[in-house]
Design a protein around this ligand. Sequence first.
Ligand code: SF4
Ligand code: SF4
Length: 260
Amino acid sequence: MFPRLSIEVSAFHQALQKKFLIDSVRLEIDRTKCRNCGTCISACPNKIIKRGHPDPAPRNKSDKKPVSVLLDAKNCSYCGTCAYLCPYDALSLVVDGKKVERDELQLVMKKALPRLVEEEVTLKDGSKARKFMDGYLKYDKDTCQDGCSMCAEACPTGTIVRYSMLKSTYSGSSPTTGWKLEYLRHQWGPEALEIHRENCIQCGACAFTCPVSAMQIVRQKINAKGEFQDPFWPDTVKRLLDYHTQEPERVSKKVAKNVK
Ligand code: SF4
Ligand code: SF4
């Protein structure tokens, strides 16, 4: 089915080229927005998006951290499903140098993809993301042995907060806060985590970055309404919901570093 979609979209793309004289179409990733969550990997019907290095993605161009996801442009059918479902608006389909807005993607206009029911959330750094997935976060504190806090660094929404952040935020404040901090430190060690589940948008960035798989997301629902193409959308939903069972395909640090 996925190859069929690829052929259909490619044929559609060729027809568009002839009819509207399109010169170029490409998929672009803004790595200053990408949070390395992996939603696009599950969303892609052609499986052409691969994991980069599991470090939290770089926030600016001078940051030397490894890249996030890797795109295989040769096999992309330019359907835009990944761009439609990226919670951080990091992916764009660009036709003749102009970004195609999500609602103007052909798969949306032709009702292959339904409208997402989403809410805008503000991230720790003040930028915006979209919440359209429901589920819950599983944190296994027995598995979380060394309190590395990579999940807290990766989480853009402030759902996971590490003890040192709490301490710098609350030091010198009320006795209740002091007791709470002591409790956290006693229970979970010096790098204790506090989890604000109500902030979670089920993106998965924490789950991928955790080196011992102590943090997992369990997606239960993708919120959407309106018409859709069966089986394209149900299959897409299934891949998104299966996120927690998918073993991420990672590439070596060396390969990741060489990707633009
Ligand atoms: S879906 Fe996640 S990993 Fe993919 S481009 Fe968007 S932020 Fe990056
Ligand atoms: S899944 Fe939730 S807790 Fe994990 S990084 Fe995304 S928003 Fe943060």
